[in-house]
Design a protein. Structure first.
Length: 348
């Protein structure tokens, strides 16, 4: 099958392309930048530089393609960001209409768990939960929901499309071509190096990027037109994940978690200071994401797609090994993993 991936040079894109090539597909990789030197390579892979808002160019790029995986998104923790809003909303509609004009058989849009309102969900999110429509919700969350609505207008025009909603994505492979690590991976890398003495209190559902890639492929194969499928992993305390990364190298992990009540007291001062230094890491959006910590229900993806994520311990260990392989751990080194003991069954 001939497939196309937009946002191909990104974190999820790199892993998705690896799996598509392994599955034997011919892949057209589309990104706004040239492929990095260590990007996936194969005789079945063609790289194209393209602007998702150039309708004519996108239609040409997608002509002859059987399936499109749309991954382009701008992630931000800001309350407002007009560029992120445009990319995450109008950008979806632009590529979807190009796919429709090109006669693409199926379109898979990678949205986010943030398109669901984690603040008013009653502690649990499934595909029927409230959506991020409240203007007080951070722009990324609102834009991902608005992007889904843009896509549904094109579905009404005849496009066969499915939507997936990953939770917090982490794991290998990341940082291809010297690109910055994802936020979660970057913090886990620092923990594996022993340089995260404390962290914030809170939990979040984390999912291995390789499982997200497989879930995206499964949605293209088995998903029902117009339906959402949540691709979750495991709801874990973030400080536990960091301690697991530190244990993998024998380094000291975070000693304690800063209570939410303290963070709430200083956020009004810390957030604007972060903006001055070009950082959105300390923000109401980042704090709200871990404070709410809703339980994620992936029953629909399991039952309809055959989706099956791996345990967090496996992902953290694999990620630390990956960091060591690409030289991102400094002097830290992974400890040998314990070899499972084979069970012995008495016979007779």
């Amino acid at each position: 099958m001939r497939v196309a991936v937009t946002g191909a040079a990104g974190f999820v894109g790199t892993n998705l392309i690896n799996q598509l090539i392994d599955d034997g597909h011919e892949v057209v990789a589309i990104d706004r930048v040239a492929p990095p030197e260590d990007a996936p390579s194969s005789e079945r892979l063609t790289w194209l530089e393209g602007d998702i808002f150039d309708s004519a160019a996108m239609t040409t790029a997608l002509t002859g393609v059987d399936r499109v995986y749309h991954l382009v998104a701008m992630i931000t923790l800001k309350q407002e960001d007009p560029v992120a809003w445009r990319v995450n909303t109008a950008g979806v509609a632009s590529v979807a209409r190009a796919a429709l004009a090109a006669g693409v058989g199926r379109f898979v849009h990678c949205s986010s768990i943030h398109s669901f309102d984690q603040y008013h969900c009653g502690g649990k999110i499934d595909e029927n939960s409230p959506r991020s429509a409240d203007p007080a919700i951070p722009v990324y969350d609102r834009s991902k929901w608005a992007g889904e609505q843009e896509l549904r207008t094109v579905v009404d025009e005849g496009l066969d499309a499915v939507i997936v909603n990953p939770t917090g994505v982490y794991g290998p492979v990341d940082g291809v071509g010297g690109r910055p690590l994802s936020r979660i991976n970057g913090i886990l890398r620092d923990a594996a190096r022993g340089v995260v003495p404390v962290f914030i209190e809170g939990e979040f559902d984390l999912v291995d990027v390789r499982d997200v890639a497989r879930g995206i492929i499964l949605a293209g194969e088995h998903g029902r037109t117009g339906e959402n499928y949540i691709l979750g992993g495991e709801n874990i305390a973030l400080i536990d994940a960091l301690r697991g990364a530190a244990r993998a190298t024998g380094r000291m992990g975070p000693l304690f978690a800063i209570p939410n009540r303290i963070l709430e007291a200083v956020i009004t001062v810390a957030e604007p200071i972060g903006h001055l230094f070009g950082s959105d890491l300390v923000s109401r959006a980042s704090l709200g994401a871990v404070q709410s910590a809703p339980a994620i229900d992936i029953t629909k993806a399991r039952d309809e797609l055959g989706y099956a994520p791996r345990p967090s311990e496996t992902t953290v260990a694999d990620l630390v090994d990956f960091f060591a392989e690409v030289g991102r751990l400094g002097s830290a080194r992974p400890k040998p993993r314990a070899t499972p003991t084979a069970a012995v069954t008495a016979v007779g």
